[in-house]
Design a protein around this ligand. Structure first.
Ligand SMILES: [Zn+2]
Length: 287
């Protein structure tokens, strides 16, 4: 099975990845039972707590959609709250938001974790610099994975980070002068073979009108929903394994508290993931 990028898979399509393998079958059941009150994992039981109706599986399309909406609406709140403190008559004082996209180096699915560790290390070195700390108020960082194939048909995964950032006027000026992208390029990784590499991009995000904010909210929600690639079965299962415990969303800066409820929800999802993926309850369907 192969689902096109940006096309949302159905619950049955995602569950199918986990079916047919004794060690992952129970995850297919979790996803198929999402939203229902009768559960068969870790044992047959009925739930009454509305929070536990959802499966909280990180690849469940329904839970992923909900996650996308929560985070996008938190970002919207962070932007709106800035407007209440800013002069509405002077556009120069409007909140300034930018998006920066950084593509990692394409790698084999089984090297994904190593590659992510390298990139996160690179990001934390850059993030510790005074330049970024002084010019960025709030950052929402999203991780997306792209899958394509080499000429001889081997799958390649590329982690792509997108940063939605509330920034200083100074950063907007550097962007307009073309100097910001130069700096970002110097600080980011370079693949040995840059052909077909997405590289780095930066742009200003309009936020002045309700329509601008609606468009941004929809875009961010959609990006979170579609962050994981639905590739061929083997590649997908490798990616699930390599991505275990990795945060696909992260937030930094002064408006972090706006994201707190959703952040807790992600921590919860990661806790669920630890439990179901190490299969402490036993992977066998009868467990
Ligand atoms: Zn679910």
């Amino acid at each position: 099975m192969e689902i096109k990028p940006n096309q949302l898979p159905t619950v049955a399509e995602v569950a199918a990845y986990f079916q047919g393998n004794e060690s992952t079958n129970y995850q297919a059941r979790m996803i198929l039972e999402c939203g229902q009150n009768v559960k068969t994992y870790p044992f047959e039981h009925a739930v009454t707590n509305p929070y536990l109706l959802a499966c909280h599986h990180r690849f469940c399309p329904d839970c992923q959609r909900m996650r996308g909406q929560n985070w996008a609406s938190a970002l919207r709140s962070a932007i709106s709250s800035e407007f209440t403190h800013t002069s509405k008559s002077d556009p120069r004082l409007f909140p300034n938001w930018m998006a920066i996209t950084l593509a990692g180096v394409p790698c084999a699915p089984l090297d994904l974790r190593k590659q992510l560790e390298t990139l996160l290390e690179q990001l934390s070195i850059a993030g510790a610099q005074g330049f970024w700390r002084n010019n960025v108020r709030t950052t929402l960082r999203l991780l997306r994975l792209d899958v394509n194939q080499t000429k001889d048909g081997r799958p390649r995964v590329t982690p792509v980070f997108t940063f939605f950032m509330g920034v200083s006027r100074h950063l907007i000026n550097l962007q307009a002068q073309g100097k910001l992208i130069q700096r970002i390029k110097r600080e980011w990784v370079q693949p040995a073979d840059p052909d077909n590499w997405a590289g780095v991009q930066s742009c200003v995000i309009p936020t002045a009108t309700i329509q601008d904010q609606n468009a941004l909210q929809t875009k961010v929600s959609r990006m979170i929903e579609t962050c994981c690639p639905y590739a061929d079965n083997q590649t997908f299962l490798y990616i699930v394994e390599e991505l275990r415990g990795v945060k696909t969303m992260a937030v930094y800066g002064t408006q972090r508290n706006v994201f707190l409820p959703s952040r807790i929800s992600q921590a919860d999802d990661l806790r669920y993931e630890r439990e179901y993926s190490v299969s402490r309850h036993g992977p066998h369907p009868s467990c």
